[in-house]
Write a protein that binds this ligand. Sequence first.
Ligand SMILES: *Cc1c(COP(=O)(O)O)cnc(C)c1O
Length: 377
Amino acid sequence: MNNIPYTYPLFGQQEINSLTDLLQDAEKFTSEHYTKKCREYLKQYYETEVLLTHSCTAALEMSALLLDIKPGDEVILPSYTYVSTANAFAKLGAKLAFVDIQEDTLNIDASQIESVITPRTKAIIPVHYAAIGCDMKVINDIASAHHLSVIEDAAHCIGAYYHGKKPGTLGRLGSLSFHHTKNITSGHGGALIINDKSLIHRAKIIWQKGTNREAFIEGFVDKYTWQDVGSSYVINEMSSALLYSQLQRLEEITQKRVAIWQRYHQAFSDAEIKYQFKRPTVPVGCEHNGHIYYLIAPTEKSAIELRQRLSSAKISAPFHYLPLHLSPAGSRFSIKQFSLPICENIYKRIVRLPIWEGIELHIDRIIEKVYTEIQGL
Ligand SMILES: *Cc1c(COP(=O)(O)O)cnc(C)c1O
């Protein structure tokens, strides 16, 4: 491989076998065999109800419907996140209260949450950036003091731990992504983790186009009808077949990615001291899954320069989110114009390094190139 992409899902015989198995057995296809198997796997893994969806976006949209978000409601979230975290709530009329991030983890700064709570606030949506857990003790305490729901965007998080628990199980609802840029993939795919048992019944209805089809499949009713709002949020069976084989390798993939992450982290320890390229911080109690490795360049100029030089060497090293509050829709849907100084500064300085299973073959070349360029900047 001459061009080193930022991300590259590595499929092997296991993935080929489960897709072939599905295509050779139409009964498995129509009975949603692999979707059921994935759901069982994830229910055991998270020790609660999990519904497979076609994306994390869908799981976030289901969360907003489950909370009955209405025009005029407000939700609190970081600006440094993917569009879907905000869009799922904005499309139901919620106003967005963006909060700044912490410089060390790029997670929502929990100490600033209380200052944006109003009587209209309904939820806090922490995003565990790079699968490094947000300060959930503080966030959950604030939420219970103000009777707010916590909806975790755990898109990055499968395989990670936060003080021994799995991100996605720490709030009322959690959402996962299996998009092909994430650690475990089904192409497009996601899941809703339901930690508040009182939401399970309605979640299944919303999931199945607003019908009680799930109760019908489970044999509780002999026909199903329209019950509530909903949409077609279910994952498709081919995605599930791929996902199932990936889930079998969850531990293997996680270990490999964490090892790559560690290689980078060791390799750049003195770049941090000598050249002020800051490495990620992993707070005590956080066990990430090697989803993202990044460096924060000392200036915007040095970040642009480093990205360009790596790009000339055919190494893809992208920046990440454009802060939502600076986007056209983000400013339209937010409560007011915010100034979020850390977020506005960091997004220009971040440089993500390629990380995927199989990159071991190229890692020495990448590290050497990055190091040489950093020295020359
Ligand atoms: C990838 C991602 C999403 C969207 O996931 P999809 O499965 O593509 O809908 C949402 N939030 C975060 C933080 C993400 O990284």
